[in-house]
Ligand binder design. Structure first.
Ligand code: PGA
Length: 295
């Protein structure tokens, strides 16, 4: 590429000299060394935004949020913000927090408020966790039963490190439930299928099972104390100003648009509603696929 006729060759050395000169002129460092690499400082990121380059939002999300919560929100956001680029990373809680702390993500989505002083979190949506079993589970028709009736069942748990798993373990311990056995299954999709086929019961975000509950593929198990009331949190680093593009996304998460879309994909009574149809004239949230999204 550098040999193409007319190409301007920018060597690493000349580029880094230019950055050093600019940093000196501005009186603030624009880059800093991290191990053997280099990254933008807060001032560097601000300079990038101010330079008018297309904004880029980097979001890191825990698995359930990345699978079920982010896609419809992003689709709507990117239809409003066609000049923005978004990159999504999905991982377990430890990965997600590390990405944020290492400045590899501007914002993160997680299921629990953060611990420690470096990260702040703000709840932006409810995240009820529901107990579910196979469609003909005998407790599916009971209104409010003692969770200990689920002793002896096989409980399907997500992998260690999952927030859903931790909440389930706490529910089991707090209620004196004695599972017949525990089966570790490292994916929400695999867990849903296994429960549907009668392999056991599970606790899972309602966001992940709204469609299956509405379609009767899974039964809601209304044990006392459930659904567990939790929230989805948007997390950010306390010590770094958010780039303008990330601020736009944060504002979108806080807006009523996010809350109203969410009612459609999560609430079992509404998720079979045909958005965009005569009876529900609201536009479907999944219309079209934005080009400015990288996973
Ligand atoms: P998980 O996270 O998908 O990793 O379980 C969700 C949560 O923390 O609620």
């Amino acid at each position: 590429m550098s040999g193409a006729p007319g190409a301007v060759v920018v060597t690493e050395r000349s580029e880094s000299a230019a950055v050093t000169a600019l940093s000196r002129e501005l009186g603030v460092p624009l880059t800093e060394r991290v191990g053997r690499g280099i990254r933008l400082t807060g001032a560097g990121r601000a300079a990038r935004e101010a330079a008018g380059r297309p904004g880029h939002v980097r979001v890191s999300a825990v698995t359930t949020a990345g699978e079920y919560v982010l896609p419809p929100i992003l689709a709507a956001f990117l239809r409003q913000q066609r000049d923005l680029q978004v990159t999504i990373e999905v991982g377990n809680r430890a990965d997600v927090l590390a990405k944020l702390l290492n400045e590899q993500a501007d914002l993160a989505l997680g299921g629990r408020p953060p611990v420690g002083a470096a990260i702040e979190g703000e709840p932006f949506l409810d995240n009820p966790l529901v107990l579910v079993g196979r469609p003909d589970h005998p407790l599916g028709s009971r209104r409010s039963f003692d969770p200990r009736l689920l002793s002896g069942e096989t409980w399907l748990l997500r992998e260690p490190g999952s927030g859903t798993r931790k909440a389930t373990e706490e529910l089991i311990a707090a209620n004196g439930v004695e599972p017949g056995s525990i089966m570790n299954v490292g994916s929400n999709g695999a867990i849903k299928r296994a429960v549907e086929l009668g392999l056991g019961v599970t606790m899972i975000s309602q966001d992940a099972v709204g469609e299956e509950l509405a379609a009767g593929q899974l039964a809601l198990l209304r044990a006392r104390g459930t659904p567990l009331r939790r929230s989805w949190y948007v997390l950010s680093r306390k010590d770094a100003p958010l780039p303008g593009s990330a601020q736009l996304f944060l504002a979108f998460l806080r807006s009523p648009a996010t809350a109203s879309m969410r009612a459609r994909w999560s609430d079992p009574s509404r998720s079979l509603g045909r958005a965009g149809s005569e009876s529900d004239p609201r536009p479907p949230f999944d219309a079209g696929s934005p080009a400015n999204l990288a996973w």
